[in-house]
Design a protein around this ligand. Structure first.
Ligand SMILES: [Zn+2]
Length: 199
C-alpha cells in the first residue's frame, strides 16, 4: 500500500479514516499530534491557574509537568564516517548511512581498499568548504548508490551505472580545490573496481 502523502510504501493507518502513511509522513503526523496534546495540557494548566486566581487561592492539585526538551535525532549511527553536528540537518544522513553500512560489509569480506575509498571520499565531501550543500548531497547520494553496487557480488553489479555516477560525482568534486588530493587518489580506484569487474 502506498503512502497517502508521498510515493513511499505505507506502514501505518491513521485516524478513523484509516489513511495509510509511510515512516516519514507518520513521524510528521505524530509530531503534530503531540503538539496538539501539548497545547491542551497548557490550556488545562492555564485554566487551573485562572480558577485559582478567580477564587483568590494559590493553585493546588496536579498539573501537567513541563515537557522535556525535544530529542534531536542526529540521523543514523555511523561506524566509519564521522558526521559532525554542524552538517546534520543540512546533509542527507540517509545517504551517508548507506555508505557507512556498506563500508562495514566491505570490511567483513576483506575488501578494505574499496571501503577506504568510500570512507575517504565521503569524509572529504562532508568536510569540504568549496562544495555547496546541494553539491555535497548530490555526491553523497551517488556514493550511496556506488557503495550499494560495491557490496553486490561482482557478477551482479551494475557496472555502467556505477561508472556513470563515479564520473559525474568526480566532476562535481573537481570544483572543490580543498579536497583535490583525496579525489585524485580515490576516485580512480573506485572507477577501476567497476571497470575491471565489467571487463
Ligand atoms: Zn509518505
Amino acid at each position: 500500500m502506498q503512502c497517502n502523502q508521498c510515493s513511499k510504501p505505507a506502514i501505518w493507518l491513521v485516524t478513523g479514516n484509516e489513511i495509510p502513511l509511510c515512516l516519514d509522513c507518520y513521524s510528521k503526523w505524530q509530531h503534530l499530534q503531540q503538539a496538539e496534546i501539548e497545547n491542551h495540557e497548557r490550556m488545562m494548566n492555564y485554566n487551573l491557574d485562572q480558577i485559582a486566581a478567580t477564587v483568590g487561592m494559590r493553585p493546588t492539585g496536579p498539573r501537567f509537568p513541563e515537557r522535556p526538551k525535544p530529542v534531536i535525532f542526529s540521523g543514523v549511527k555511523m561506524n566509519h564516517i564521522n558526521v559532525t553536528n554542524s552538517v546534520v540537518g543540512t546533509i542527507n544522513t540517509g545517504s551517508i548511512g548507506v555508505v557507512d553500512q556498506s563500508i562495514s560489509a566491505l570490511v567483513q569480506v576483506g575488501d578494505n581498499s574499496l571501503g577506504e575509498a568510500l570512507k575517504e571520499l565521503s569524509q572529504a565531501v562532508l568536510g569540504s568548504k568549496d562544495l555547496s550543500i546541494n553539491q555535497k548531497n548530490e555526491v553523497l547520494e551517488s556514493l550511496s548508490v556506488i557503495a550499494t553496487e560495491a557490496i553486490t557480488p561482482k557478477e551482479n553489479r551494475k557496472n555502467s551505472v556505477a561508472t556513470v555516477l563515479i564520473e559525474r560525482a568526480s566532476k562535481v568534486t573537481g570544483l572543490a580545490n580543498d579536497i583535490a588530493d583525496v579525489c585524485q587518489k580515490w576516485w580512480p580506484l573506485l572507477l577501476a573496481a567497476f571497470a575491471l569487474a565489467g571487463g
